[in-house]
Each structure stands twice: as structure tokens, then as C-alpha cells.
Write a protein that binds this ligand. Structure first.
Ligand code: G3H
Ligand code: ZN
Length: 285
């Protein structure tokens, strides 16, 4: 069934565990995430990013309606989350399109501007009954930007600043910069586990890890142990999809039926989802 992201995150927090949230771009992504979560018998979050909406010709509703339809028939609880929203226009479409939660991303702005924009978004979200996540620090690697040096001074989230940011903005969860970077195609990120623990101790809202595709399995479970409650994964699904499609087309150069290669791509994504969800299911703090 379709449930709220807020209740999935709260349940994960109560269990000292984490919920996996996967970015979806096509209907095949949606079907694969739900099938993978069903085979692991675990709840999951479907995320649609502002960049995905741009790819869908600027329209949110077609992919959102597909996600709602698949989630409603799922054998496991599925949340629907609007991810990395930078424009008020998209933010205002969230509730109507069936989303229970949004991530408002003003992390590129200086602290005071990030706080002011996030507080306005949080006020609006609360009035709509939406759960809202925001970001402080710079996870980097967004929108095809060159990977940020995640170890550069100023890139990491400061615990005292994060505490003030959450109190002053009123957000429900915080995305933190702890060493991961978006869009990594190798699992080579080294996380700052001491910082995760300090952030977890300083904040009374759930912590969200972005750029999780680049994080090795043992680092990911350690991050959950340290206090990460929502794990965002996008690129790993596209690696699985593209690898399977490429292999199929290489082996079948005469193939024309889209169902054949999209089918193997969807299966590869579902296997990756099930693997990750099972891994997170074994991790507790
Ligand atoms: O919000 C989405 C995630 O941060 C995805 O990052 O594509 O590097 O896994 P990723
Ligand atoms: Zn992200």
C-alpha cells in the first residue's frame, strides 16, 4: 500500500534502522523498486527528483501517477517522496500529485539564505501536511557538477550549526554532508563516522544520507549504526539498468523489441534494490 514517508522514517528510527529511498526516472524504475522491496519483504520509498521531472518533459504528474498506482497495489508499504526540490513551483505541486513528503534543497546558498528559504518551504509544507527534509552542508556532485572534494573544509555539516538550522527552520529531517558525493559510479566513498555520531547526538530529527550509491556496504551499515535513518540511492539503479541493457544488446545485435532489453534492465534494478534493502535490514544502531 501507499503510506506516508514520515511513518516509514519514524518506524525506521524506532527500530534504530534505516529505510531505503530510491530515485525513479521511468516506469521500469518504479516497478523494479517495488518488486525488489517485495522480494526482500521490506518497506521502501520511491523518490522523484526535480531533475527527473525535467527529464519527464517538465511534468510531474505522469510519473507520480504511475508511482501512486504501483505503490497502492504493492505487498509492502511504499512512501512517495519529491526529492531535491529547488523551485517553489514544483514544491507546490507535491501534495496534489500524491506525495507525502518533500526534500527542499537550498544547500547551495549561504547559511542565512538557505535557512530563510528552507523555513518558508517548511511553513508551507506543514500547512499542507507534508513531511519535509532539507540539507545543510554540501553533499556535492549534483546536476552533473564535478564531484566536490567531500573532505574540503566547509563541505561537511557542522553539528552545532545543524542543531540551530533544524530548530530555526522546523524541518522534519536533515540531509547531512558526511563524506558521500552524488553520482559516484564506484563504491569508494569514505564516510566520517565520528561526525555522523556527533550529528546524531546533536539533533533530534532523523539524518538522511545522500549519494549512497558511492558508499561501500560496510560503510553503509556503519552509517546506519551511527544514526543514519534514511538512505538515498539513485545512481546504483542506473548502473544496474544500463549494464543489463548493454549486455543484452551486445549479445543480441538484431534485437528491436523494447520489452526484451527493458525487461532485463528492470530485473537487474529489482535485484539491486532487494540486495540493498536486505543489507539495510541487517544494520541497526
Ligand atoms: O537524493 C538522491 C540521492 O542522494 C542519490 O544519490 O545517485 O549518488 O545514489 P546517488
Ligand atoms: Zn541527493
Amino acid at each position: 500500500p501507499l503510506v506516508t514517508t514520515g511513518e516509514l522514517v519514524a518506524a525506521a528510527a524506532a527500530a534504530h534502522s534505516a529505510v531505503a529511498a530510491f530515485n525513479v526516472v521511468t516506469l521500469e524504475h518504479v516497478e523494479a523498486v517495488v518488486a525488489g522491496a517485495e522480494s526482500a519483504d521490506a518497506p521502501v520509498v520511491l523518490q522523484v527528483s526535480e531533475n527527473a521531472v525535467k527529464f519527464r518533459l517538465g511534468r510531474l504528474h505522469p510519473l507520480a501517477r504511475a508511482a501512486v498506482a504501483v505503490a497502492e497495489r504493492a505487498a509492502v508499504p511504499v512512501g512517495l517522496h519529491l526529492d531535491h526540490v529547488q523551485t517553489d513551483d514544483l514544491l507546490r505541486q507535491a501534495a496534489d500529485a500524491g506525495f507525502s513528503s518533500v526534500m527542499y534543497d537550498a544547500a547551495r546558498l549561504p547559511y542565512a539564505e538557505n535557512l530563510a528559504a528552507t523555513r518558508a518551504a517548511a511553513d508551507w509544507a506543514r500547512a499542507q501536511g507534508l513531511w519535509i527534509e532539507a540539507e545543510l552542508g554540501q553533499v556535492g556532485g549534483k546536476n552533473g557538477a564535478p564531484p566536490l572534494d567531500a573532505h574540503a573544509p566547509g563541505a561537511r555539516t557542522d553539528p552545532a550549526e545543524a542543531r540551530a538550522f533544524v530548530a530555526d527552520s522546523g524541518v522534519d529531517a536533515l540531509a547531512v554532508a558526511v563524506g558521500s558525493t552524488h553520482a559516484m559510479t564506484t563504491r569508494t566513498a569514505a564516510l566520517d563516522h565520528d561526525l555522523i555520531k556527533r550529528l546524531s547526538a546533536a539533533l533530534d530529527v532523523p539524518l538522511v544520507l545522500h549519494g549512497s550509491s558511492g558508499v561501500p556496504d560496510d560503510e553503509l551499515t556503519a552509517a546506519v549504526t551511527g544514526g543514519i535513518t534514511k538512505v538515498n540511492i539513485g545512481t546504483a539503479l542506473n548502473i544496474a539498468l544500463t549494464g543489463a541493457v548493454r549486455e543484452y544488446l551486445d549479445a543480441h545485435p538484431q534485437a528491436v523489441d523494447a520489452r526484451k532489453y527493458l525487461g532485463v534492465g528492470r530485473e537487474a534494478m529489482a535485484r539491486e534494490v532487494a540486495r540493498t534493502v536486505r543489507l539495510l535490514g541487517r544494520a541497526t544502531s
